[in-house]
Design a binder for this molecule. Structure first.
Ligand SMILES: NC(=O)c1ccc[n+]([C@@H]2O[C@H](COP(=O)([O-])OP(=O)(O)OC[C@H]3O[C@@H](n4cnc5c(N)ncnc54)[C@H](OP(=O)(O)O)[C@@H]3O)[C@@H](O)[C@H]2O)c1
Length: 287
């Protein structure tokens, strides 16, 4: 049956999450548009507004972002342009046209000083340019009176069609006997396909405001890497190391597990454990 919903997925042509959203929306019989950067100038609000009008878009999904966390420390202006200016502009278009805007943000808005999962109400304190720019993007949109705005904070994505942490670990593990991976950063690994499906569940419930959304459970990068290597049947030893043994330009939160109870309460769905999702991803990859 044809679904009347019509989605514009920014980042849907090449992005990690964007491509998963396009396939999940299409499976649900949405009419989906995913123009690449050469087809639509995302910083031209008139061009976006006219696209929305011509194609009768009901929902804009913004997965475009500056996501190179370390490089953002040196490309601050570009990071803020993509992570703050773009959502602000999209927010203005969506409000004018009275359509939904679904925007994604990150666990890196937190400083990681807690040791229990972060709720959407917890205090933010980003440690990096990337985290700051994403938080300012959220703040430029958040408005309690706007009931067609959905902001989803997610974390540690892996999924098909684009390289990601798990894919890189599996490539390295094929040719190496050992890998050293950071064990003192703990977060919520999330499968893009699950995140896209759960996003649709929020939309079905007309959710608005700020939600946390990830697979269930938690892991360190080292645990995620070990599980991926084991699951792929590779014989590579994964050694835990500390962040100080693997210096990076951007400071990451040591703990950024997301509390998804508000999603569970609204939809009645408990996201499946990341280990299960990881198996699906790896078997699909190998299949
Ligand atoms: N990846 C993670 O682990 C993670 C974790 C937490 C939150 N998030 C959030 O989840 C969302 C999706 O992340 P992702 O990892 O899927 O992103 P991604 O794979 O890096 O995709 C970013 C998309 O943005 C497009 N883009 C970048 N700069 C552009 C520009 N100047 N003009 C037009 N398009 C541009 C890219 O197109 P090109 O291919 O043409 O460059 C690509 O399609 C983001 O909001 C991110 O902050 C991600």
């Amino acid at each position: 049956m044809n679904n009347p919903e019509r989605g514009l997925v920014l980042g849907g042509k090449t992005g990690l999450l964007g491509q998963a959203l396009v396939s999940v929306l299409a499976n649900e019989n949405w009419t989906v548009f995913a123009p690449g950067r050469e087809e639509l100038d995302i910083f031209n609000s008139e061009e976006i507004a006219s696209f929305v009008e011509k194609k009768k878009i009901t929902h804009i999904f913004n997965t475009v972002a500056y996501t190179r966390v370390d490089q953002a420390e040196e490309e601050k202006e570009l990071a803020f342009q993509l992570n703050r200016r773009l959502p602000t502009l999209l927010g203005n278009v969506a409000r004018k046209k009275d359509i939904y805007l679904v925007h994604y943000s990150t666990d890196f808005v937190f400083d990681g000083k807690k040791n229990t999962p972060y709720t959407p109400q917890d205090k933010t304190n980003p440690l990096s340019v990337y985290g700051k720019s994403k938080l300012e993007g959220e703040n430029s949109l958040l408005d309690k009176t706007w009931n067609k705005l959905l902001i989803i904070r997610t974390a540690w994505l892996f999924g098909p069609n684009k390289t990601n942490f798990v894919a890189r670990i599996l490539e390295l593990a094929q040719n190496k006997e050992t890998l050293n991976v950071v064990h003192d950063q703990v977060g919520s690994p999330t499968y893009t396909i699950d995140l896209a499906n759960y996003t649709l569940e929020l939309i079905k419930k007309a959710a608005h405001g700020l939600y946390h959304l990830s697979n269930s459970g938690q892991a360190s990068w080292c645990e995620l890497a070990s599980e991926a290597v084991k699951c792929a049947g590779l014989h590579c030893r994964v050694n835990p190391i500390t962040s100080s043994e693997y210096p990076q330009k951007a400071v990451r939160p040591p703990y950024s597990v997301l509390d998804c109870s508000e999603f569970i309460d609204l939809t009645g769905i408990k996201p499946r454990p990341w280990i299960q999702a990881l198996r699906d991803y790896i078997f699909r990859k190998q299949g």
